[in-house]
Design a protein around this ligand. Sequence first.
Ligand code: FAD
Ligand code: DHB
Length: 412
Amino acid sequence: MPSLRTQVGIVGAGPAGLLLGHLLHLNGIDSVIVENRSRDYVIDRVRAGVLEQGTVDLLNAMGVGAGLQRAGLRHEGLYVSFNGRRHRVDFAELTGGKAITVYGQNEVVRDLIEARTATARALYFDAEDVSVDAIDSSSPILRFRHDGVDREVRCDFIAGCDGFHGICRPSIPPAVLAVYERAYPFGWLGILAEAPPSSDELVYTYHERGFALFSMRSPRITRLYLQVPPDEPIGNWSDDAIWEEMLERMTTRDGWQPNIGRIIQKSVTPMRSFVAAPMRYGRLFLAGDAAHIVPPTGAKGLNLAASDVLVLARALKAYYERDRREWLDEYSDICLRRVWKAQRFSWWMTSTLHRFSDESAFDYQRQIADLDYLTGSQAAMTSLAEQYVGLPAEVSFESAGLPAAAQAVPTT
Ligand code: FAD
Ligand code: DHB
């Protein structure tokens, strides 16, 4: 059996795995990335689109921001819509000039795969039977089959970046993991449509028929979401029915509504809050969706994956360069502080903007009052804005080997 050796074995070539691989590369640390899907599948999977200011700064600092600078859409605010009116929340004014950038996860992943390929470090797609072993020893092992050949990689560490359904989290003895979970009684039906966005900024709508979200991917592509029952079969929704419901929920009294176009992709996503703690067992470190899931309303999933791997890269750099282990020991606690704040924010956005099947007439009025307060109070809008653009990073770029100047808000 061909036996390989690396410093960090990375399971999963989603945003977490690819970002970590490149951060390690920039610090001269070797890794092997193993992904069980094909390259095209990983790139084509339609998912998140909102990058926090800190994620944008990170991609730029890593030297992988060219596509983002060319095609990313910088948004200095968003709209909250209810009772037929849109209310703007001005991020730039409320957060001292910060913004979010709309740039599809597909593009982020494509850029990172290109960067990885240019380094000539190992990246295996279409791997089969991926497993990890001896994770509580000083020499954990990553096994998989590729092109019909069984392979074994001896590692110093393994990073479980293999998403919610991966194999790394289940490799940890259940007794040492605490799991915190909440399911929501709805899902999101999402579409991509060939239609120029009719607003320059996102519109989060609360409507008596349920939540709706207007977003975009480019000057020609609109991205829209609808609250639907959980596990709703997408086959229940014809394109005409989707447009009818989108317009019903989103059209405001001043006549604003999304532009209609050919639907080029549609799917339903379940909604879940989930945290597994600690995010480390022995020499296995979980990052991104492998450790935590947020409902998409706060647009935090991809951004949390990025903040986890920044913390992990810093810790691995300190280990290899100075034999310093404290940051490895602190990895889980540092990440979980941010994760729980993002969980709270995502839960709050979700609860505030969706209709719940068991809610009363009182709950409905209270929700309207919540939104009325939110959009009328500078304090409440500041709270939304600072969380939406992203709370300050836990660790400095400099400590992870990146140019300090690239970080808008430096931390320790
Ligand atoms: P992933 O992107 O899931 O990457 C994990 C990788 O590991 C995948 O490529 C997977 O194929 C691979 N893998 C899995 N098992 C194995 C294995 N056994 N061996 C090897 N590789 C393996 N967030 C938002 O902010 N907004 C959204 O609209 C939004 N929509 C989403 C829609 C869906 C359907 C999903 C699943 C997530 C969505 N998210 C959204 C969340 C966001 O996309 C994730 O938080 C983000 O992808 C996390 O990155 P990750 O690298 O941790 O995990
Ligand atoms: C998008 C996704 C989100 O979950 C969100 O909160 C905002 C925008 C998007 O896909 O563009």
